[in-house]
Design a protein around this ligand. Structure first.
Ligand code: NAP
Length: 306
């Protein structure tokens, strides 16, 4: 594979940044990768495990002379980080991010960036419930989607280069506008996470079933919910605070459907339940056929480091 950028800076060194680093190294996609995380503990851990060619003690040092800067911090922290690094960006450099919500990141980051820097927001649709510098692995993005969300006036060459990087990392790349991205993700990721958090919360509250029973007898459905509900609290708090409208819209629809199913159960409408579950089963088959998941009990995430 050929090198895409001379120097890449990763700001934030958690699951996504560390997976990007290992994939960039695997593909020989950058000359040098610098990294920065806010805590000394994370920076020390990164140095210990060889995460990044150079770990810097300030974000400013990490971004100096970088051709691509990728913000890999929680969505709510993007604006402050952009403000801090903005005066030190190299003219002609590209700033991107990996945030799970796009419009709010564009609003928070865009105004801080100088005119001679390109801004190409992105979102890789891959993750696990693990976080931190040791949780990443090179294969995380293989055959997953990465959505590029260019802002108005984005330089086509800068977009093409970022596309080449993500393709080199192993992802399939598509472009989408921010509003549509946030709605699609509210359906496919954000609301399902909220439902999982709720279901695990319900089991925890239900004192008639003891905690040990929940753990001992947890059937596959509940186990999958607990995996999702173990996701990083800071990241997910920020997702709901910043993708408010789309999540509330989908939650409204979800509640209506839930009431319809609740009513079908109460009235014994087996036909409705059967027809509903037949329709949803076809969606799962579609996901498998599209290669977006595998039909195994751990949902193909066995590679994730514990
Ligand atoms: P993570 O493993 O928790 O890592 C977050 C990193 O950001 C850490 O290095 C942390 O530094 C740093 N950080 C946290 N708060 C900060 C702040 N206020 N200022 C500066 N740095 C800060 O998170 P992640 O899963 O890689 O997620 C990073 C981004 O990717 C998020 O925007 C998320 O929405 C997006 N994303 C996540 C997934 C997923 O499934 N996890 C998937 C796609 C996209 P310390 O370690 O020093 O605290």
């Amino acid at each position: 594979m050929t090198q895409v950028y001379d120097r890449v800076a990763l700001i934030g060194l958690g699951l996504i940044a560390s997976s990007m680093f290992w994939a960039i190294k695997r593909g020989g996609l950058a000359g040098e990768v610098t990294g920065y995380a806010r805590s000394a503990e994370t920076r020390d851990k990164a140095r210990e495990i060889g995460l990044c060619d150079r770990v810097c003690d300030t974000a400013i040092d990490a971004v100096k002379d970088a051709d691509l800067i990728v913000l890999c911090v929680p969505v709510g922290a993007m604006g402050a980080v952009a403000e801090e690094i903005a005066p030190y960006l190299k003219p002609g450099a590209t700033v991107s991010d990996v945030g799970s919500v796009k419009q709010s990141v564009i609003d928070a980051v865009g105004p801080h960036l100088p005119d001679d820097v390109h801004f190409v927001p992105a979102h890789p649709l891959a993750g696990t419930e693990h976080s931190g510098p040791t949780s990443g692995f090179a294969e995380l993005f293989d055959n997953r989607w990465c959505l590029l969300v260019p802002v108005e006036g984005s330089d086509p060459e800068a977009v093409a280069k970022l596309r080449a990087l993500w393709e080199g990392i192993g992802a399939n790349v598509e472009e989408m506008d921010a509003e549509h991205h946030d709605l699609v993700l509210a359906v496919t990721s954000h609301t399902p996470h909220l439902i999982a958090y709720t279901m695990v919360g319900v089991a925890d509250d239900l004192r008639r079933v003891t905690d040990s029973e929940v753990i001992k007898y947890s059937a596959a459905g509940f186990r999958d919910f607990t995996r999702i509900a173990a996701s990083d609290p800071t990241m997910w708090r920020d997702v709901f605070l910043t993708n408010k409208d789309a999540t509330l819209e989908i939650l409204g629809r979800f509640t209506e459907e839930l009431f319809a199913l609740q009513r079908a159960i109460r009235t014994g409408d087996g036909d409705l339940l059967h027809a509903y579950f037949t329709r949803t089963r076809a969606i799962r088959r579609g996901i498998l056929q599209a290669g977006q998941d595998v039909d195994s009990p751990d949902f193909g995430r066995g590679k994730a480091k514990k």
